[in-house]
Design a protein around this ligand. Sequence first.
Ligand SMILES: Cc1cc2nc3c(=O)[nH]c(=O)nc-3n(C[C@H](O)[C@H](O)[C@H](O)COP(=O)(O)O)c2cc1C
Length: 202
Amino acid sequence: MQQINPSDLTEQENYFFLTGSVIPRPVAFTTTLSKNGVLNGAPFSYFNIVTSNPPMISISVQRSGGEMKDTAKNAMEQGDFVVHVTDETYIEQINETSIAFPPTKSEVEFSGLTPVESTAIKTPGVKEASIRMECVVEKILPLGGTENKPACDLIIGKVVKYHIREGVLSEGRIDANLLRPVSRLAGTQYEKLGEIFKLKRP
Ligand SMILES: Cc1cc2nc3c(=O)[nH]c(=O)nc-3n(C[C@H](O)[C@H](O)[C@H](O)COP(=O)(O)O)c2cc1C
């Protein structure tokens, strides 16, 4: 076993070890609204559940040169956002939304995704997703980097509405085979669902 001290590595080397090790990662396609009403969309694979009481999720949005990305800025200004579960039916369009556009240009429009009004928050979602979650910002934590230049904004959102297509439900639960999620590995590699097996918990 090789022992490696993270402090001996560059940021990029740490990035390679982390994104190659923490796999597969689910991808949150996230929409936010700018203060000028532009619907922003971007994928985030630093994405997970925080708790189910009440339901909360987190996405970690990296900064570039200490600057907040549009998603973090908009979520902070508006106080809400929508997270969509990535699946095989629209992964190419989601990938297109990762383009670095200025805040005045909508990645949702660019990728041909279809905006749909939310029912509990201001920010619209997109129709293509089988599962989308309307979220209100619970906390935004600047972390890492230096005191004046954090490396990321960890956004924690409380889910205030689920939209779930009946086609992915089986006996009231979400069926992974019907959802066909896509997750991210390292670099340009993605993964579709592999073999599913069961283990009984002790
Ligand atoms: C599949 C995928 C996953 C990504 N995950 C993240 C992530 O977890 N955190 C992050 O900061 N950027 C991530 N990115 C890059 C952002 O999507 C990209 O920087 C985007 O332009 C940010 O949009 P915004 O500036 O409108 O917020 C990812 C890109 C792709 C294609």
